[in-house]
Design a protein around this ligand. Structure first.
Ligand code: ADE
Ligand code: ZN
Length: 349
């Protein structure tokens, strides 16, 4: 097995991180108090009880029920800024160099918080992360697929200025996957493209849903990558397409176990993806809920795939850099950092 020091020093990129999913239980309660939010009566009363409950999610929906209660304690621009800033500080110490982060404006606008307030809080934290920590980032606005697609279309329109000026770099689709297939959101994605033809597009698919949701996201929404996507391995033709078109899957190992997509990390079809040349990155999804940030995910995968040598890890890291939405200059910087780290630990190769 490669060393933990090597994994830590790799210049890591994260492409599947929900900023609201970084809300740790020990911040949730103080924020609820400060903002005068009454949590539901049946909600755990202490950090320890909440952590225990987080260890028992039955599936995606069970998690989402807690996740949306968590988001309800975020009110002011400063709350959003502090949340994202705490994330960037944490992952800086884990060797993260570039992050493409999701946020769910609809979970805030439906509570009367303007999209500009949410976005500004997150955006200023991203700018601070670049200035103070050297971490580059992009913001991806997700649509909640359990909501009426017409309301999602309205959200795209409300974000018109943020999409056209590039503050929102990408559009994603998250929340309960079944029974909300990608075809419901064709108009939303078309609208986003018409506002800014340069907008990047992605969608959660193939987490709990079938491989068909992955191919339909590619065909109908015209996404250039897929979040999760692990169920793609059940469709041979799709696998060939992902490899040929270099569609990256943003895989979330600890999340897949916590939401019972698989029973352990070794069952995630990472070896199949590698063998089929399907690019993937490793990500933390909602680290405060799933027990680990980016490096914890790398460590766990290394532990469960102990035969992977530095060449395999170098491929994963390279694919993760190349599948990022940063410009060529930044990609080249990160690729040279990768070469330096590999040369430091494996000078004879
Ligand atoms: N929202 C936050 N995390 C999510 C996940 N893993 N799948 C779908 N929606 C989400
Ligand atoms: Zn996710």
């Amino acid at each position: 097995m490669v060393s933990q020091d090597f994994l830590k020093e790799l210049p890591k990129c994260e492409h599947h991180l929900h900023l609201e999913g970084t809300l740790e239980p020990d911040l949730l309660f103080p924020l609820a108090k400060r903002n005068g939010i009454t949590l539901p009566q049946e909600f755990p009363q202490t950090v320890a009880e909440l952590e225990t409950r987080y260890g028992q999610f039955k599936d995606l929906q069970d998690f989402l029920d807690y996740y949306y209660i968590g988001t309800s304690v975020l009110i002011d621009e400063q709350d959003f800024h502090d949340l994202a800033w705490a994330y960037f500080q944490k992952v800086h110490s884990q060797g993260l160099v570039h992050a493409e982060v999701f946020y769910d404006p609809q979970s805030h606008t439906t509570r009367g918080i303007p999209i500009e307030v949410v976005t500004r809080g997150f955006e200023t934290a991203c700018q601070r992360a670049e200035r103070e920590l050297g971490i580059t980032s992009k913001l991806i606005m997700c649509l909640l697929r359990h909501m009426d697609p017409q309301e999602c279309l309205q959200t795209i329109e409300d974000a018109n200025k943020l999409i056209s000026n590039g503050t929102i770099h990408g559009i994603g689709l998250d929340s309960a996957e079944r029974p909300f297939p990608p075809e419901l959101f064709v108009e939303c994605y078309e609208k986003a493209r018409s506002i800014n033809p340069e907008i990047q597009l992605t969608a959660h698919a193939g987490e709990e849903g079938p491989a068909k949701y992955v191919s339909n996201s590619l065909d109908l929404l015209q996404v250039s990558r897929i979040d999760h996507g692990v169920n793609s391995v059940h469709d041979e033709e799709l696998m060939q397409r992902l490899a040929q078109e270099k569609i990256m899957l943003t895989v979330c190992p600890l999340s897949n176990v916590k939401l019972q997509v698989v029973s352990r990390v070794s069952q995630i079809p990472l070896q199949k993806l590698l063998d089929a040349n399907v690019p993937f990155s490793l990500n933390s999804d909602d680290p405060a809920y799933f027990g680990g940030y980016i490096l914890d995910n790398y460590y766990k995968v290394a532990e469960e795939f102990p035969h992977w040598d530095h060449k395999v890890w170098s491929t994963i890291c390279r694919n993760s850099i190349e599948g990022s939405w940063c410009d060529a200059k930044r990609k080249n910087e990160l690729l040279s950092r990768l070469d330096q780290v590999v040369a430091k630990y494996y000078p004879l190769n």
